[in-house]
Ligand binder design. Sequence first.
Ligand SMILES: NCCC[C@H](NC(=O)CCC(=O)O)C(=O)O
Ligand SMILES: NC(=O)OP(=O)(O)O
Length: 314
Amino acid sequence: MNHFTQFENRPLADQLIEKALAYKNNPRMDISKGLGKRVGCIFLNPSLRTRASTQIAAMNLGMEAIVMNMDKEGWALEMKEGAIMNKGTVEHIKDAAAVMGTYFDVLAVRAFPSLVDKKEDSEDYIFNQFIKYSGIPVISLESAIRHPLQSLADMITIQENILSSTKPKVVLTWAPHIKAIPHAVANSFAEWTLGCGHDLTITHPEGYELDDKFTKGANIEYDQKKALEEADFVYVKNWSAFNDYGKILTTDPAWMLRETHLNKAPQAKVMHCLPVRRNIELSDEILDGKRSLVQKQAENRIYSAQAVLSMILE
Ligand SMILES: NCCC[C@H](NC(=O)CCC(=O)O)C(=O)O
Ligand SMILES: NC(=O)OP(=O)(O)O
């Protein structure tokens, strides 16, 4: 594996899940694998889980992680080709990424979308500049359109919590939020869930259709109540509109998942990538109750990152 940016194929996903579970069982089994190697973790946006879990994963492999919060600690980066840099940006991505390529063996980058320029976001322009100019393997720590380390952790969590041998019914439900939120988590969750062969239903208010590049093969159901019937896993997430790009079309609180929504899904487990806006996206009763898998997902972020780093080191 060279870069890790998206779902590639089922055999690779299965291999990553298996590797992650082996590391979960024995986190330091490959403690010398990354000796003498460095991963640079570049954050253009805030993070708790991704930052800490990637560092722990690197440490478990004997690898050194250097974290740079570029939005606060680094020079403001210019991303535009041919820019005349007479304003706020200090250093061009060409120069900065090339330097990173000489300092690190692997680069890991978080670059959220603008939610303003649909074309640039859809091309994952900023993230791809790091690939283009660093010349080393790059891992996505959430780009404008995908969050593959989160999805890998989610697939591990689903696998650990499947009750029967039959195909689980997975439901991705939109939830209200006070801000315009990226599509990356929802896109990737759909991409990985479908890629791993699960049955996926997506429910959201009209106007919140995701890019169909990620949802082809899913059942789209606008009636949330109907969508949730007999669900085994319910993934709760807000995203802003994709068609009317970056807009908030509704904040209808009826879409916030509560226990009563799950009357017809007694076995349903509830997932969220965190951070979660309590009692806006998801109710306390669900987050603090028996259905919640959110802490297990967060824990699995370590092993998802460790499996990916390990495979890149090979
Ligand atoms: N990495 C996990 C989620 C990151 C981001 N959430 C946020 O920006 C939440 C911000 C807030 O709640 O104010 C998202 O959904 O893509
Ligand atoms: N789930 C997730 O990516 O969390 P952070 O934004 O805290 O890294």
